[in-house]
Design a protein around this ligand. Structure first.
Ligand code: NDP
Length: 688
């Protein structure tokens, strides 16, 4: 036997454009199920100051040169490429103790997050490099001084320190918003499962899709990494509360006011509503959800249900049904198709969970499962970190401490009884801040009382009942579009949440000045900024010719009573204020019959539209429509339409144009205001 060939592989870090091994063999990482060595990990020899500088100086500028849409397209291409390689990831993931279903969350869930950010980025962000935040703040009566908040990416590097439980998802869910925002990253996966993160990073870099310096990887300990973080850097952490607190108060983080996002342990709960007695669909759904959350990823999920809060009268039934269900979960080798739950990540982690179960038994009794003697359908109970699900019951949770305080990071939950909804909320709050709690009820009043009572203590609350059962994504799944994070004990951080997650990597700045100059910065026209009226109709211009500020001031149109009557009859909208002088006058807002708002909008279109075929392809909506003053028969309307924002679409021969539309009457008062949204061809005036 060749001893050298059989040695586990030494993981490599990707630093400053080079794959490098640690200085020593380092720590041996073992297969969670067999105990066989999988890899060696060591970060010795890495110059962390140089690594951070490389990201800031090489990756950052390259990413910032790209528009949001270019970065979104990069994420999409990356996701497509990783999806093609997924089986390679699945094969290695088994060593972490993950079953195929567990790995799906980690691998395809992570890639799915890239896809989701790619698509949201193109739909919700402009094809530019500056993101606007909120509307224009008018600071002078004559529109010579205004302000707009903008967001621009930090010019530092994002340092992502990740947990062992989701080496792929945990990395990709942070990378997606970071890269979309335009920041480079250095990822430090937890050592225990770093081999999978290393493989995914290799495949990411193999694609050549990311600019050099946009992504670096540290395999092994962080050492002095954080000593070098600076004022433009961002640090995110996922892991234990103890480490998190230590990092949050690191002198470089405190001294440089580094933005720090922490996602620590969390005693998430599930509450069974007072209405959900045994025999109801909600009771059955609750049992299924708790069992799934306890066993998925062997309970090593930051969102797993640790506290099961149920009406006292239903607790006996719950213990019986849940206990029976958990006892049937086949535990064993994660590669075995019959297995539904694999081992914990390491033997050390199993000892840790057993110790935490002992802590919990100061307040609760074990009612199902034996932590000491694993019952397996396959695998070796001693070599692998196997642990059957353990259910506890705490009869007096109001007086107990450990059940609200101790996180056993494995297939462990404690049932606790309550009598009133108020008491249930109080028990949930004793977790002192969680990532997620779910409430199972079919009663709207119960849902309202429970959810409003507990919302300030959570980043997410899921309501489960029979109507959503089929479509529900479940208690434990963080979704790209929804906030993931929680206050207090959960770390006080917030990840994902769609574009909210992207904003963590950007600085918000209020830009004040003459509107023309503020518009030049933002790329969006605002009131008071220069406009060019009187030339060719802007609808005759392709994106290549159109400029922000191009404007048309239309001819006028007088609204006649016959117009109002015709519109009413034609559309069927015969609301009294349009039809009857006397009752219209009695309305506090009108001095007589008024034109329909939609008639005003239609007449406005009649005034500003240029009818011949041309570069304007379609009108796809209006934003922010407001009717600001009534229009009476005899009033004369005029429209001012200004090109507000141009967003060329990538890989298409058209783009979106937003037009500022103001409809005024004969006195100059604005009667309606809105943004008209159109699709416009990139080239060609349409006259050929
Ligand atoms: P740790 O807090 O020990 O580690 C989390 C990450 O921080 C790892 O990447 C780790 O690296 C790194 N780290 C540890 N110490 C330092 C340091 N001084 N400076 C910089 N980085 C550091 O958590 P574990 O992963 O070991 O898990 C322990 C417990 O945390 C679990 O039992 C569970 O209770 C909780 N946990 C919570 C999760 C959640 O999402 N809420 C997820 C995972 C765990 P390295 O691995 O190299 O030490």
């Amino acid at each position: 036997m060749n001893a050298v060939a059989d040695r586990p592989r030494r993981l490599e870090s990707y630093i400053a454009g080079t794959w490098m091994r640690g200085a020593k063999d380092g720590v041996t990482l073992c297969d969670a199920a067999t105990g066989a060595p999988v890899a060696l990990v060591d970060s010795g020899g890495i110059d962390f100051a140089a690594a951070l500088a490389y990201g800031r100086e090489k990756g950052g500028p390259a990413l910032r040169r790209m528009s949001f849409h270019e970065r979104a397209m990069m994420l999409k291409a990356l996701a497509q490429s990783l999806m093609e390689r997924k089986e390679e990831f699945y094969a290695l993931s088994t060593a972490t103790g993950a079953t195929r279903a567990d790995s799906w969350i980690d691998i395809e869930g992570g890639i799915g997050t890239l896809f989701s950010y790619a698509s949201k980025g193109r739909r919700e962000l402009p094809n530019s490099r500056v993101l606007l935040d909120g509307g224009v703040e008018t600071l002078s009566r004559d529109n010579t001084f205004s302000a707009q908040h903008i967001l621009t990416p930090f010019q530092g590097i994002a340092v992502h320190i990740n947990a062992f439980n989701f080496p792929s998802w945990g990395m990709l869910e942070k990378l997606a918003p970071t890269l979309l925002a335009g920041m480079p990253a250095i990822v430090k996966p937890a050592s225990q499962t770093a081999y999978l993160a290393e493989l995914v990073v290799r495949r990411i870099l193999d694609t050549g899709l990311l600019p050099e310096g946009a992504l670096q990887l540290v395999c092994g300990s962080s050492r002095d990494l954080l000593d070098h973080v600076g004022d433009q850097d961002v640090v995110t952490f996922t892991g234990s509360a103890t480490t998190g607190r230590k990092l949050k108060t690191h002198p470089a983080i405190v001294g440089n006011s580094v933005r720090f996002t922490m996602e620590a342990d969390s005693l998430n709960a599930a509450v069974l509503g007072l209405d959900a007695a045994p025999g109801t669909e909600e009771f059955d759904l609750f049992v299924r959800e708790v069992a799934r959350e306890m066993t998925s990823k062997a309970g090593q999920k930051c969102t797993a249900i640790r506290r099961v809060i149920a009406p006292r009268a239903h607790c006996d039934a719950l213990v019986a049904v849940l206990g029976e269900r958990l006892a049937k979960v086949p535990l064993g080798d994660p590669a075995d198709e019959n297995v539904r739950m694999g081992p914990l990540a390491s033997l050390g982690q199993r000892e840790e969970v057993r110790a935490r179960i002992r802590d919990l038994t100061t307040d609760a009794e074990i009612v199902a499962g034996d932590p000491a003697r694993p019952q397996l359908v396959s695998g070796d109970a001693e070599a692998g970190a196997f642990l059957n699900p353990v259910l506890l019951y705490c009869d007096r949770p109001g007086a107990a401490r450990s059940v609200h305080d101790v996180e056993a990071f494995g297939p462990v939950s404690t049932i606790m009884p309550y009598d009133t909804a108020e008491e249930a909320v109080e028990l949930v709050r004793r977790g002192r801040g969680s990532l997620v709690t779910s409430v199972f009820t079919a009663d709207p009043d119960i849902a309202q009382e429970l959810v409003i009572g507990m919302a300030p203590f959570h980043g997410r609350v899921m309501i489960g009942n029979r109507l959503s059962a089929k479509s529900s994504t479940g208690h434990g799944s963080p979704l790209p579009g929804l906030v993931h994070g929680g206050p207090g004990r959960a770390g006080g951080g917030e990840e994902l949440g769609g574009m909210r997650g992207v904003r963590h990597y950007m600085q918000r700045t209020a830009v004040q000045g003459a509107p023309g100059l503020v518009s030049a910065v933002t790329g969006r026209w605002m009131e008071g900024a220069p406009a060019r009226a009187g030339g060719e109709h802007p609808f005759r211009k392709s994106l290549a010719e159109l400029r922000v500020g191009d404007q048309i001031v239309t001819a006028t149109r007088t609204v006649r009573l016959e117009d109002i009557e015709h519109f009413a009859e034609f559309t069927g909208d015969t609301f009294y204020a349009h039809m009857d002088e006397e009752t219209a006058r009695a309305n506090p807002f009108f001095d007589g019959r008024v034109a329909h708002g939609y008639l005003v909008v239609s007449l406005a279109a009649g005034l500003f539209v240029d009818p011949a075929p041309g570069p304007v392809l379609a009108n796809y909506g209006v934003d922010g429509l407001r009717f600001l003053a009534p229009v009476y028969p005899g009033d004369t309307l005029r429209v001012r339409l200004t090109c507000k924002e141009i967003s060329p679409r990538m890989n298409a021969d058209y783009g979106e144009v937003r037009w500022d539309c103001r409809v005024s009457n004969q006195t100059g008062a604005t009667v309606a205001q809105y943004d008209v949204l159109t699709m416009v061809a990139k080239t060609g005036s349409g006259e050929e």
